[in-house]
Design a protein. Structure first.
Length: 299
């Protein structure tokens, strides 16, 4: 049985840890609110841009979108893995790694390992894939000051790699934010462009492409050439925002569970402390009684 001093030391240690997890939960809740607001504002814009692009590309010749829509034999792949910079978020980062591994096993198992590269957005992905010699690019700074401009640079590198023939496919793997307790790992193909589907619930979701009459200025070709790169950058930015909100939700949930677990452990330690103290008192009483009886017997 542990001594009273050891049990008391553990109680103090667990109490300090519980205070830290409570504070981290409150910080994560505050950050989650801002991150959730950002992704909620972003989704309608991304959906509307996708809707417009869908209506345009459904009546567009292949020559106009061939730069980002060229389907080639897949020999080299770029996977954009979006994780967090810090841990203490439960299985948040591990789920992304599992998602990347499952994607490679399902779609690219026939490719040599050296033909699969990973662009890491977030320090955890950078460290994980850096140890496996799969890393290209360094975007560990994205979440330091999250903005469209910081994500745009990563998107442009991926787009340039595709158009130059360095990669034949570009896929994003990230945690999609559902709610505080639920984050779902998604693997979405960024390049080449897949046939665009209009998200359900958008105004033009059930309308035929020729039912919307757009006025093009300066021309349809130039607008599409501008919209497609912008749409690709927006898709990656939206995925990063989803991951950011998911991270804070996962950390809030993890810290809440850690706080509860610390409370249960404190109860157990206090019970052990009281039992140990009671056993020590009982032993002292028995020793006193035994000593008194020995003195009485010696008289």
């Amino acid at each position: 049985m542990a001594s009273l001093k050891e049990v008391r030391s553990r109680i103090q240690s667990v109490s300090s840890t519980q205070q830290i997890t409570k504070a981290m939960k409150m910080v994560a809740a505050a950050k989650l609110r801002r991150a959730q607001d950002n992704i909620i504002r972003m989704r309608p814009y991304a959906q509307r841009l996708t809707s417009i692009l869908a209506n345009l590309t459904r009546t567009t010749t292949d020559e106009m979108v061939s730069e980002y829509g060229e389907v080639r034999d897949v020999r080299r792949v770029l996977v954009i893995a979006i994780t967090s910079d810090r841990g203490l978020a439960g299985a948040f980062n591990a789920n992304v790694f599992k998602g990347v591994n499952a994607l490679i096993a399902a779609r690219y198992a026939s490719l040599p390992v050296g033909n699969i590269s990973v662009m890491a957005i977030g320090k955890k992905a950078h460290d994980y894939y850096g140890r496996r010699n799969m890393l290209v690019g360094n975007y560990t700074h994205v979440f330091t000051k999250l903005s469209f401009d910081t994500v745009r640079v990563a998107a442009e590198e991926a787009m340039r790699g595709f158009t130059e023939g360095t990669y034949d496919e570009v896929v994003m793997v990230y945690n999609e934010f559902k709610n505080v307790a639920t984050q779902v790992v998604q693997a979405e193909q960024l390049l080449p462009l897949v046939p665009t589907e209009v998200p359900a619930g958008t105004p033009s979701a059930n309308e035929p492409a020729n039912s919307i009459d757009y006025i093009f200025e300066p021309s349809k070709e130039e607008i599409i050439k501008t919209l497609i790169p912008q749409s690709l950058k927006i898709q990656l930015y939206k995925a990063v925002l989803e991951s950011n909100a998911s991270e804070h939700g996962a950390r809030m949930t993890a810290m809440d569970k850690a706080t509860d677990n610390a409370g249960e452990l404190l109860k157990s330690l206090k019970l052990t402390y009281n039992r140990t103290r009671q056993a020590a008192i009982t032993t002292e009483i028995l020793e006193i009684v035994g000593g008194a009886e020995a003195l009485a017997a010696g008289r």
